[in-house]
Design a protein around this ligand. Structure first.
Ligand code: GDP
Ligand code: MG
Length: 163
């Protein structure tokens, strides 16, 4: 069976945008509004000759900050169980948030390989936003822009190394 990559992160960080980029189709629905419940979406892809399955963990509905954390935690736990490698996405425009830290702790404890992608780095000339994400302790974050297609190859390089 193909190894499984799960994309995890807060609502609205760009998970579905990146998922669509990776599979080369628009299977996942990209939403401006955070908190729209979606089913988990599965796709397949191949990079550097390595095939894998990929899950977009969508269905997070936000009621308030407590509920957000609870839901994010649940999604992350599910993903950790299923996945061989975790793709954790954060948002450079929003910066590092408490929910990101919660997810990072949970992922770290799983002992599964994790690649941290910092999305919405739309301007390659301005990279300062990346530095605070080192504090998550998940290694070197990969800067990318899902909408502009920047850095997705670098992200995939790191991902398939861990398959
Ligand atoms: P998800 O909730 O994590 O799946 O996030 P989505 O993929 O639905 O994206 C949420 C919003 O962020 C949408 O309006 C996207 O167009 C936008 N977005 C996604 N990637 C980028 C990016 O690289 N740069 C910018 N500026 N916006 C992005
Ligand atoms: Mg989504």
């Amino acid at each position: 069976a193909r190894p499984i990559v799960a994309i995890v992160g807060r609502p609205n960080v760009g998970k579905s945008t990146i998922f669509n980029r990776i599979i080369g189709e628009r299977l996942a629905i990209v939403e401006d509004r955070p908190g729209v419940t979606r089913d988990r979406i599965y796709g397949t892809a191949e990079w550097n000759g390595k095939p894998f399955s990929i899950i977009d963990t969508g269905g997070i509905e936000i009621f308030d900050e407590d509920e957000l954390l609870k839901q994010v935690r649940m999604q992350a736990e599910l993903a950790v169980e299923e996945a061989d490698v975790i793709l954790f996405i954060a948002d450079a425009k929003a910066g590092l948030t408490p929910a990101d830290e919660t997810i990072a702790q949970l992922l770290f404890r799983s002992n599964k390989p994790i690649v941290l992608g910092v999305n919405k780095m739309d301007n390659p000339a301005s990279t300062d936003e990346i530095y605070e994400f080192y504090s998550l302790g998940l290694g070197d974050p990969v800067a990318l822009s899902g909408t502009h297609g920047i850095g997705v190859g670098d992200l995939l390089d790191e991902l398939v190394k861990r398959l």
